[in-house]
Design a protein around this ligand. Structure first.
Ligand SMILES: Cc1cc2nc3c(=O)[nH]c(=O)nc-3n(C[C@H](O)[C@H](O)[C@H](O)COP(=O)(O)OP(=O)(O)OC[C@H]3O[C@@H](n4cnc5c(N)ncnc54)[C@H](O)[C@@H]3O)c2cc1C
Length: 400
């Protein structure tokens, strides 16, 4: 396998780096570096999205007629790598990266022409209504019902862990339209406006003290049948297709490299009355182990890229990459917590997503460590838990 990028691809990488130098303001970089939640702050993400839309680089993976770039898999990867390296805020993937591919494949022409431009302009902001209390990993057991009445469905039930539902004006939902067959049969994929009467959002405050997830309630919510994506009762196929995009993405290694740099700054600076932690062989060895695993992750990403470039699919590669990147990320966050010593006391370090922040205790580099440590526990749960990914690997790679 050739790990060198072609001269043209390297020139492209330079072009992206120059663009980022010019367009990503120090304030945006700083705000992005202070993100302690899974998604960037909504306003920041939308500000950055508008800049990328103007450049034509917001949705590289979309078909060109809808605003995609037509880049090769390698260029998309290099673009993601440069964004991470420059510390750009992440775009919110729920509409752009998860729902959009579903609309391209299963949406009607009307749905495509109505929703896609509004998603891109930021007029519509989406959230994902898949999980329910008791139906997470076992998603097909979901119970929210949609019963036909005239041209509409009447929806009743609840969704949970709905990220950014408090900001969203639209939700895509899995609902049960038939209970007579196997659980995977009788599920339907619906699009809903959040201001439809009967929808209520209740916040869930996490142990990191952030408000990122919610519970959404549906009480006799009337949704036109024309808001259905794909055939009635066959939403499971649509749902699984969307999950391929939720779990994919790649490019984690570049993001983790930035986090590793942050750890090194802390360990080289923080003394706690003695020599910096970085001078401890035992501590450095633990960092080295992570650094080696990170290199392995990067090679694995390149191997996936080679498969994609040859027309293949990531296969179990995305499950392996997810578990490995989450493991490294979580262990990095633990080392940071150790390295900042008493500044890890959470009460002084909490940065709220809602613009309210407590007075900082300690140096700026310590500010995000505790909330990020706490928030990053969720990464082995959302998008398919660690154990579920292991089951996929066991089946598809080990043939068990
Ligand atoms: C921060 C965050 C954001 C989220 N955002 C969204 C969102 O926007 N929209 C949405 O719909 N959902 C969202 N989720 C929900 C997420 O998809 C579910 O939490 C996840 O699917 C796990 O489901 P569960 O929480 O019901 O846990 P369960 O499925 O009940 O799992 C509990 C434990 O059992 C293990 N387990 C379950 N099944 C198996 C098995 N077959 N083999 C081995 N072990 C198993 C799991 O690994 C886990 O350790 C979010 C979750 C989090 C934490």
């Amino acid at each position: 396998m050739d790990f060198e990028f072609s001269a043209e691809d390297q020139a492209f990488r330079e072009e992206v780096a120059t663009f980022l130098d010019q367009e990503l303001t120090p304030e945006m970089r700083r705000n992005a570096s202070r993100t302690t939640t899974v998604f960037a702050d909504k306003d920041l993400a939308m500000q950055w999205q508008a800049i990328l839309v103007a450049k034509g680089w917001a949705v590289p993976a979309w078909p060109e007629e809808y605003g995609g770039t037509g880049w090769t898999a390698t260029r998309k990867y290099l673009f993601g790598e440069q964004l991470a390296k420059a510390g750009a805020p992440g775009l919110i993937p729920l509409g752009l990266r998860m729902l959009a591919p579903v609309l391209f494949k299963y949406g009607t022409d009307e749905q495509k022409s109505h929703y896609l431009p509004r998603m891109l302009s930021g007029e519509h902001y989406w959230c994902q209504g898949y999980s329910e209390p008791g139906s997470g990993s076992d998603l097909s057991s979901l119970k929210t019902t949609a019963v036909k009445e005239g041209d509409d469905y009447i929806v009743n039930g609840t969704k949970i862990w709905t990220t950014h539902a408090q900001f969203a004006d639209h939700i895509f939902c899995l609902v049960r339209t038939d209970s007579s067959g196997r659980p995977q049969q009788g599920i339907t994929f619906l699009l809903m406006s959040m201001d439809t009467p009967g929808i209520a959002v209740e916040p869930i405050i996490t142990m990191a003290a952030d408000h990122e997830v919610n519970q959404v309630f549906f009480d006799a919510v009337r949704i036109p049948q024309s808001n259905r994506v794909g055939p009635e009762h066959e939403g499971w196929t649509v749902a699984k297709y969307l999950l391929e995009f939720e779990r994919g993405g790649g490019g984690a290694a570049a993001r983790i490299k930035v986090s590793l740099k942050h750890l090194k700054v802390i360990a080289q600076t923080e003394t706690e009355g003695g020599p910096p932690l970085w001078e401890s062989n035992a501590f450095r060895n633990r960092v080295n182990v992570l650094e080696i695993q990170l290199s392995a992750l990067q090679f694995a990403e390149h191997a996936t890229l080679a498969r994609l470039s040859a027309g293949g699919s990531p296969g179990a590669g995305s499950s392996l990459a997810k578990n490995t990147s989450v493991d490294i990320d979580q262990r990095l966050s633990e080392l940071k917590l150790e390295a900042i010593h008493h500044y890890a006391m959470p009460h002084g370090n909490l940065i709220s997503m809602n613009g309210h922040s407590e007075p900082r205790v300690g140096p700026e580099y310590a500010e995000t460590v505790t909330p990020r440590y706490l928030n990053s526990r969720a990464a082995s749960i959302f998008g398919g838990t660690k154990e579920v990914q292991k089951n996929i690997i066991a089946k598809t790679v080990l043939g068990l």
